[in-house]
Design a binder for this molecule. Sequence first.
Ligand SMILES: [Fe+2]
Length: 439
Amino acid sequence: MSTATLPSAPRTVGDLRVLPVLHPQGCRTYVLADPTSRQALALDVHLDLVDTIEAAVRDAGWTLPYVVDTHTHADHPSGAGPLAERFGSTRIAHALAGHAGVTRHPDDGDTLHLGDRVVTVRHAPGHTPDHIVLVADGAFFAGDTLLIESVARTDFLGGNPGQLYDSIHGLLAELPDDTLLYPGHDYEGREHSSIGAEKRDNPWLALDRETFIEQITANPPTRPANMDALLDLNRQGTAIPGLVSADETAERVRAGGAVSVIDVRTGGEYAAEHVPGSHSIPLDQVVARADEIRAIPAPRLMICRTDRRARMAVDVLAPLGISGLSVVEGGIESYKARGGELLEGKGVMSLERQVRIGAGLMVLIGAALGTFVHPAFFGLSAFVGAGLVFAGITDTCAMGMLIARMPWNQVEVPSGADAGGCAASAPGGCAAALPPTQE
Ligand SMILES: [Fe+2]
């Protein structure tokens, strides 16, 4: 399983089964299924979760006639395209989204059928003009309209606070209080709420229309990291490239995307120089810190000194279902040569130089001991030589891995310590900035 956020069993909601999948980035993916016909629908699939959802659907013996995006996502890559391809599903999004590959554009009030169960599509603009929500028996899948004790932001992609107010209050007037609310995001790990609980506890719902508009526009949160790149991906359906040039990396960092740069060199090398705002997750820690990597906004840029360790990191993360990883071609060296911004500090020399010095010293010591002490010591030089040949042929380096674990390379670097405002922007994602103060 690619993430620890998949529940052990689907929830029973009304006459449907609901599988809520919580992505560490705060995004929600849902699978709704009819237990009788075994037909299912996947909603707002994060690209990282495509394998997880495919496995869950196949393990449950379900088919997947529909894959739905509630709107154009600006904070994460959609996995709707690849998942629909695997199941031959109909891809659904509002016509205003203009997504490539979408085969059905529902109007307000259209219905989707899972066996005899009916899921109603409602057009609910406000967060974005193309926003739809799903209403099923006893459940409201709100996407980015009404969130738990919050509402969606409206400051980008043609968002409109007045429309959001009208959409939310229109739906609240129709839905019974015991309807369960399944939001498109929750940054506190809550699975669901209910319409009644939100009417009681959500401070945004207590506001009149004019105050709502005033409050939601007063303090817009930071734009999601990589928003332009994500919009391209989600609209055009293009894949995240395996390699990104140093030029493009420097450009993305200048545009505020440093929070998506993951540096897999040792802590010591990172301390010596790094992309300001990047995360330090050394190669030997990437598996243990996989959830931390999932929480970093995609497309994620993996960087090391050249690009060898970054490629190795991608190889070990792929089986964990972590997608949206691009290797920075030529690594920090090329990035620096292209004028990319770097923060310099006190650190240690690069791992590659340490390996060269270490190997050279062992050859010298072997030769000296072989000459002056005993010929058997020539074996040490031969062993190191054979090791270097093996490392060259297999593109692995045991000595490098060993040296990386040496104490002088174990500099403690808090991940994302330099992310500053960007780190705060990730939890903000698609939610409005702050709940209004209540009188
Ligand atoms: Fe959104």
